[in-house]
Design a protein around this ligand. Structure first.
Ligand SMILES: NC(=O)c1ccc[n+]([C@@H]2O[C@H](COP(=O)([O-])OP(=O)(O)OC[C@H]3O[C@@H](n4cnc5c(N)ncnc54)[C@H](O)[C@@H]3O)[C@@H](O)[C@H]2O)c1
Ligand SMILES: O=C(O)C[C@H](O)C(=O)O
Length: 226
């Protein structure tokens, strides 16, 4: 169905549909801008009385997939052996890879940290620009979506220790939404992990990320409240 509504309006309508037809669903939200669409969805769900913060998850898995890939390249390892926590949000400087917490433990030169951070933060834009009007990352988005949905399903099934990064309602910072590691279980994001120890570079990145995130969250909330 092609609809004449603007994207945020279309998105809001879809969320209203969720409140009517599957109010208890665990919603994995991948449509951009995730930093605003998750707050929009939360507002719509709150209005309908169906909001459960554990069941609304913004998909930031692609940032983790990219971070694992780029870090693995530098380390000369298989990306599947690498785990990079990526926190904050899903756009530009709000994407904050925590390179001091990479597993397996490793270290980078300041130049590598700059280059990796920049590539991870701008990976999506790089693809959008390369496709020149023909859309955004397609296969890697699908891969990330499947990987995240599979983790949610394993949590729903009752598997233990399912931990992934996601953009969720959060108290990890002063912002109402933030991406960090979450434990997925039978009822959704059952535990939200704090950021752990950050180095000076990451603390500076966090301040930049929060500033931009605050504006994007506010934009989403005020779109529904207007
Ligand atoms: N979170 C992530 O990791 C991530 C990664 C890549 C893309 N994305 C986002 O996913 C979304 C889809 O990306 P894409 O590259 O597949 O986009 P696309 O442009 O290839 O596809 C969008 C689809 O929406 C349809 N559409 C557009 N306007 C419509 C309307 N008014 N009514 C009904 N249908 C309409 C189009 O026909 C098209 O099929 C975008 O929001 C994109 O930014 C998110
Ligand atoms: O759709 C975009 O603007 C980029 C996308 O979110 C991505 O990370 O590839």
């Amino acid at each position: 169905m092609i609809c004449s509504k603007s994207m945020p309006e279309l998105f809001k309508t879809l969320c209203e549909g969720i409140t009517k037809f599957c109010p208890n669903a665990i919603v994995n939200l991948i449509s951009n801008p995730v930093n605003s669409t998750v707050p929009i969805a939360a507002e719509v769900f709150k209005r309908a009385g169906t909001f459960d913060p554990k069941r609304l998850l913004g998909v930031t898995m692609l940032d983790v997939v990219r971070a694992n890939t780029f870090v693995a390249e530098v380390l000369g390892r298989d990306p599947r052996e690498v785990d990079v926590p990526v926190v904050g949000g899903h756009a530009g400087v709000t994407i904050l890879p925590l390179l001091s917490q990479v597993k397996p433990t490793c270290s980078f030169t300041p130049k590598e940290i700059d280059q990796l951070t920049d590539r991870i933060q701008n990976g999506g834009t790089e693809v959008v620009e390369a496709k020149a009007g023909a859309g955004s990352a397609t296969l890697s988005m699908a891969y990330a979506a499947v990987k995240f949905a599979d983790a949610c399903l394993r949590g729903l099934r009752g598997d233990s220790g399912i931990v992934e990064c996601a953009f969720v309602a959060s108290q990890v910072t002063e912002l109402p939404f933030f991406a960090s590691k979450v434990r997925l279980g039978r009822t959704g994001a059952e535990e939200i992990f704090s950021l752990g120890p950050l180095n000076e570079y990451e603390r500076a990145g966090l301040e930049k990320a929060k500033k931009e995130l605050a504006a994007s969250i506010e934009k989403g909330v005020s779109f529904v409240r207007k």
